[in-house]
Ligand binder design. Structure first.
Ligand code: SF4
Ligand code: SF4
Length: 670
């Protein structure tokens, strides 16, 4: 128990720590409050449940790097437990003969948990320090080509060391303190580690042990008092900001759904994001929640092919910039620099393929992709600065309703096969399903083949469908992903009017980008429809026996999951089912399903050269597919098909790349 003087000293230090903590925490809250739009707390019970599950189970951490994740979980669980431990230790030090949680089974359980998790946390933290500072793990490094603030380069190591030492010393001294208590009181089977350590002190006099206990208590508790005010400034903030992120993130119908901009708002002066304070609050929370684990970097196709983009560097730069300018930002002043001056380079901005791999993998729910897409909005709408090659796609969408900028009949693809039966909605007003052909399906030669193959399947199954024909326009997906929200809104309004006039309810499309945009983003413009991808319809037709294929089990196909089909819209099984039901042997790449690797076309990259890097994303993916030794690379997106075919040509490979519609249509049984 503490002496009277010690108790007074503790209360004084607690007040000082509380005051400093109030200042640092309220500063953090004011900075987050600078952001745009409110944090989302609707459906609070469900959100709270999810945040608590994430906190206690650490399940979002376990998805990758299993050993490291287990060690991380030991530290996290110990730290959660230490909220109780610190309260208990203070009460026991203040109250004579008080045993926190008693000496019954609850107290026993508590003591064994504390004992075991204390040693696990200390050992895990020592391994982490060795990993970062001695082994120099490459997982924790960022390529030289990426913009990383000088302050961040030094700060990451300094921060990690401070947090690491804090945990080792805080938990370590608490464990030592418990061992000194047991030396005086006798061993406890519910504290096996502390009891073992207590044996080391048996030769010490009881007065010395008592002094040692006091020193340990003050070091353990003193460290926490000193650390709490530093909490929001340290990377350790992720412990509570990670769960808070899950509690307050805006609900999105799909990971890549962007929100509509209000161009009519009278007070709107800024469209898109130029500076930190233009970001949504949830994206400012991201900076505090970031663990700096680089998992997002490990899956980013742009980073992995040597581009200047690293989603983790983006979050880390935001974080260190906030720390450096915290007083100014909290006071409400404008941040002195644009994000493109310190968070990421212009080339990094345009290297993003909007594949959402970073969003999918982040253990604390960060969404670096949204920062990027919102900064693009500022570049296009406020600055008119964007890669020159996008100009043609923008002009094409605006003038001719397609990014190929073709002034042609959208039904030309039908003419090559007179056996196809295709009617427009005017010719067949009683249609059951509307086939959204998309610009690739209407204008691109490779896409046209997909349209014809899919129509053959529809005809074969006797589906009553219709197309909009020349009433269809580009969905505007590429405009939205490249920041041209104004153009996107024009396209969306036009298409929603056409779809509503045609009485569309159920829509099928061969393009995952069209599917994503119409399904998830057109509701913002008054268009709500049931969307299905052609792979889903084909799989359903095969299952129902409405189409049959010649089951020649002679070919192996490796399936490439398109990002906008899989990660963005959760469609993984149907294309696989369609391929297998057609008698092909299905092969899988290592990066598949929600961990699929992008083809390189998304985020508007279809319409421009890739940013400078070590390799093209499409070639990286093609080579990965080749390693499975397939006869065909199968995919389900016209953009992926184009990219992978281009890669095959560049690599002088004769490996076939086909859409699932082409593969199934070629095997249809008469
Ligand atoms: S969306 Fe994809 S390309 Fe863009 S930063 Fe994230 S992982 Fe990288
Ligand atoms: S954004 Fe997420 S995945 Fe990326 S470094 Fe931060 S915590 Fe890790």
């Amino acid at each position: 128990m503490l002496s009277g003087t010690e108790k007074i000293l503790f209360i004084v230090l607690l007040i000082i720590s509380g005051t400093l903590s109030y200042r640092s925490f309220s500063q953090m809250i004011r900075i987050i409050g600078r952001g745009n739009s409110k944090l989302s707390f609707d459906d609070f019970g469900r959100r709270l449940g999810r945040a608590l599950i994430v906190l206690f189970s650490q399940r979002t951490v376990f998805t990758e790097r299993l050993t490291i994740s287990i060690l991380h979980a030991f530290i996290a669980w110990a730290f959660i437990l230490y909220f109780l431990v610190n309260i208990g230790d203070v009460l026991e030090a203040f109250l004579a003969d008080f045993h926190f949680l008693g000496t019954g089974w609850i107290g026993n359980l508590y003591r064994i948990f504390v004992d075991v998790f204390s040693i696990l946390a200390v050992v895990s933290m020592i391994i982490f320090i060795i990993r970062r500072f001695i082994a120099g793990s490459t997982e924790l490094q960022t390529g030289e080509q990426v913009l990383l603030l000088e302050g961040a380069k030094k700060g990451i190591k300094r921060d990690s060391l401070i947090v690491g030492l804090f945990i080792i010393l805080h938990v370590g001294f608490r464990l030592l303190g418990a061992s000194f208590s047991l030396t005086l009181e006798g061993s406890d089977m519910w504290q096996p580690v502390a009891s073992e350590i207590a044996l080391w002190w048996t030769g010490m006099g009881s007065e010395s042990v008592e002094i040692a206990w006091h020193i340990s208590w003050w070091l353990a508790i003193g460290l926490i008092l000193a650390f709490i005010p530093y909490f929001p400034l340290s990377k350790h903030a992720h412990l509570f900001m990670g769960p808070f992120n899950f509690l307050s993130k805006p609900a999105r119908s799909a990971p890549g759904t962007l929100e509509r901009m209000d161009f009519e708002a009278e007070d709107a002066e800024q469209f898109g994001v130029a500076k930190l304070e233009h970001l949504d609050r949830s994206l400012l929370v991201d900076a505090y929640a970031c663990i700096m684990c680089n998992r997002c970097q490990d899956v980013c196709p742009a980073y992995l092919t040597g581009k200047e983009l690293s989603p983790s560097a983006l979050e880390i730069n935001k974080r260190y910039y906030i720390n450096k300018n915290a007083v100014l930002l909290a006071r409400g002043n404008d941040s002195p620099h644009a994000l493109l001056e310190y968070a990421l380079s212009e080339s990094a901005l345009w290297a993003c393929t909007s594949c959402a791999a970073c969003v999918e993998i982040c253990p604390v729910g960060n969404e670096p992709m949204y920062d990027i897409l919102n900064i693009r909005r500022d570049r296009v709408l406020m600055e008119a600065k964007f890669p020159a090659q996008l100009e043609n796609a923008f002009n094409g969408m605006e003038r001719n309703g397609n990014p190929w900028n073709m002034n042609k009949d959208r039904l030309e693809w039908i003419k090559e096969d007179p056996n196809l039966k295709v009617h427009t909605v005017e010719e067949n007003p009683g249609y059951e399903i509307l086939y959204w052909v998309g610009c690739a399906g209407a204008f691109d030669q490779k896409g046209q083949k997909i349209s014809r193959a899919f129509t053959k399947i529809l005809n074969h199954a006797g589906i009553n469908f219709a197309v909009l024909g020349n009433g269809e326009s580009c969905t505007g997906d590429s405009a939205r992903r490249t920041g041209n929200e104004y153009l996107f809104a024009m396209m969306a309004e036009k298409n929603v009017a056409a779809l509503n006039a045609a009485g569309a309810q159920k829509i099928v499309t061969t393009c995952p980008h069209c599917l994503h945009t119409i399904k998830n983003e057109y509701p913002q413009f008054g268009g709500t429809y049931e969307l299905i991808h052609h792979s889903q319809l084909i799989a359903a037709l095969l299952k129902a026996g409405k189409i049959k294929t010649n089951e020649i089990n002679d070919q192996k196909v490796v399936f490439h999951d398109p990002c906008y089909l899989g990660r963005h819209n959760d469609i993984f099984e149907s294309p696989r089912h369609a391929l297998q039901s057609s008698g092909l042997t299905l092969l899988e790449m290592e990066r598949k399903r929600n961990r699929s690797f992008c083809c390189g076309a998304g985020g508007g990259n279809m319409w421009k050269e890739e940013e400078e890097g070590r390799e093209a994303v499409r070639r990286e993916r093609f080579r990965e597919a080749e390693t499975t030794e397939p006869d065909i690379i199968g995919t389900a997106c016209p953009f992926c098909l184009t990219m992978l075919r281009d890669a095959g040509n560049e690599l002088e490979s004769s490996l076939a790349v086909q859409d699932i519609a082409e593969i199934v249509a070629a095997r249809l049984k008469d």
